[in-house]
Design a protein around this ligand. Structure first.
Ligand code: SIN
Length: 507
């Protein structure tokens, strides 16, 4: 049982925001299976709470139905049935469905953004940005749905022709995280629909309401029943195993931690599924001595503190050349002080929200205490903000960070930014690559030769050069090393949901 404490501060009343949505039908709390909204068949529900006001009573947003194992199996069966006809739909038909969904998301952007703020905690402007980013995947994949092609290949003899076609792989199991409740679904859903697949989606238990709102909108957009099934569950481990072990599921796409990715890969091995995994990062952000320092400061703020540090592509380790370290750190701290305000995401002027829950807060505290215990200096912040709520932590900058600190090895996934000094390009490349993961990396330099050299040497899937913001629908999104495999969005995004069939024609 959760004990709720009443604080003196006044909180956004989450239920009242929901009651005042312009389109009340966006608020769904049941699962969506084969076009029907259903209660949990074993009567299990779970509470969804606003991290900005948790554990105050005002944080309660709604009770969501947790789908049982039988319901997961029945959703997989419906997706399997729906696939038989959906795979025969034309690219034009699928493109139209995706375009309808894009327009519906844009028409409902204010409500969708409010739902995201409530369940995730990010500020309203960021949430609105996420809705637009999320919708852009539907527009992007609406175009790609019509352009998937095969090849005619020369045979080694004149008596044969070889043709290759791309076919949809089948039922897809989709597992998404809480940090982008809309965009991590649309990036996968848009791609699988463009390919002609069907899917069963398990949204994060912290943020199922945005997913269910998208479920309602896809019905409005005219998607056939069974193409999009959305199954909230309070038991992520059980749901993951059900999707990974079912032989009717041919493909798993997961965004989340490296440890969970490893487990899902094991669970998928008995049925040899195709996998796309976007896992954890530990992004280096390097500022060379020839960089434009003001622009590097802006890029570092955008990259490190986006969603309060809770994205897989957030800078985790800032490496600053020793000759500009003092100037950079002073400007970085001043700009953060001038431009950021911590608070409830629905209040005006707020730029940064809470972390998602107490486990995140614990990691933030652990990284700060470990670093300061080993000699890091607190240049900004450093403390929890219990006066704002139990999940709030000051944006924190730590100077004089060293490689023996936990924060060098592990992704914080929170608002803590360590600054490391370096002397040479070789040294900083060695430090940047000294990690098991490789999702994103960033650097600032004006030297063209260095730009190509460093971009090629960084062991990551995506490099931001003189920018801290890399994400958009056209970017091939994904990592190397233990950050996973597969590319989402972009011209490659649909490929992950197709298989190549070769035909050899005797002539
Ligand atoms: C992520 O954090 O996993 C995704 C971030 C993005 O799409 O920019």
């Amino acid at each position: 049982m959760v004990l709720r404490t009443v604080f003196k501060r006044s909180y956004t009343d989450s239920s009242s925001v929901i009651r005042n949505l312009k389109n009340p039908k966006l608020f769904q709390t049941q699962g969506l299976i084969n076009g029907n909204w259903v209660d949990s068949d074993n009567a299990v529900t779970f509470d969804v709470s606003n991290p900005a006001s948790y554990p105050n009573d005002a944080s309660f947003i709604g009770k969501v139905h947790s789908m049982s194992p039988q319901q997961y199996n029945s959703a997989i069966d419906s997706a399997h049935e729906a696939f038989k006809s959906f795979k025969k739909s034309t690219g034009d038909e699928r493109s139209e469905l995706l375009r309808n969904l894009y327009h519906l998301m844009m028409d409902n952007q204010d409500d969708l953004a409010k739902i995201i703020v409530l369940e995730n905690g990010k500020p309203y402007n960021d949430a609105l940005g996420e809705v637009k980013y999320a919708a852009s995947f539907f527009k992007w994949f609406a175009d790609l749905a019509t352009t998937t092609t095969g090849n005619v290949i020369n045979s080694s003899t004149n008596s044969k022709k070889i043709l290759s076609i791309k076919q949809p792989i089948g039922v897809c199991g989709i597992m998404t995280p809480w940090n982008f409740p809309a965009a991590m679904i649309t990036r996968k859903l848009g791609a699988y629909v463009a390919a002609g697949c069907t899917g069963v989606i398990k949204p994060a238990s912290e943020t199922p309401l945005t997913a269910l709102a998208l479920g309602y909108l896809q019905q409005e957009a005219g998607f056939p029943a069974g193409v999009v099934n959305i199954l909230p569950s309070k038991n992520a481990a059980e749901a993951g195993e059900l999707l990974c072990s079912n032989p009717k599921v041919k493909k798993i796409s997961f965004t989340g931690s490296t440890n969970v990715g490893k487990l899902l890969m094991k669970q998928s091995s008995s049925t040899l599924k195709k996998l796309s995994f976007e896992l954890g990062g530990n992004a280096p952000f390097i500022v060379f001595e020839d960089a434009d320092i003001d622009s590097a400061v802006d890029g570092a703020i955008a990259s490190k503190f986006r969603s309060s540090g809770q994205t897989c592509v957030c800078a985790n380790r800032l490496f600053i050349h020793e000759s500009i370290y003092d100037e950079f750190s002073q400007k970085f701290v001043s700009k953060l002080k001038e431009t950021t305000t911590l608070g409830d995401g629905l209040q005006s002027g707020v730029t940064h929200g809470p972390v998602i829950h107490d486990r995140s807060m614990k990691k933030v505290r652990q990284h700060i205490e470990d670093a300061t215990g080993k000699g890091a200096k607190v240049l900004l912040g450093g403390n929890p903000r219990e006066d704002l709520g139990e999940n709030f932590h000051e944006l924190t900058v730590l100077g004089d960070a060293t490689t023996d600190m936990m924060i060098f090895e592990e992704e914080t996934f929170g608002p803590v930014c360590p600054l490391f000094k370096f002397k040479t390009e070789d040294e900083v490349l060695r430090l940047a690559n000294d990690t098991e993961v490789g999702l994103a990396g960033y650097f600032y330099s004006k030297d063209v030769s260095r730009i190509f050299r460093v971009a090629e040497e960084l062991e990551v899937g995506m490099v931001g050069i003189n920018t801290g913001a890399i994400s958009e629908a056209s970017l091939p999104f994904g990592g190397i090393k233990e950050s996973g495999f597969g590319r989402e969005g972009s011209i490659y995004g649909v490929e992950d949901y197709t298989v190549v069939k070769s035909m050899v024609l005797g002539i």
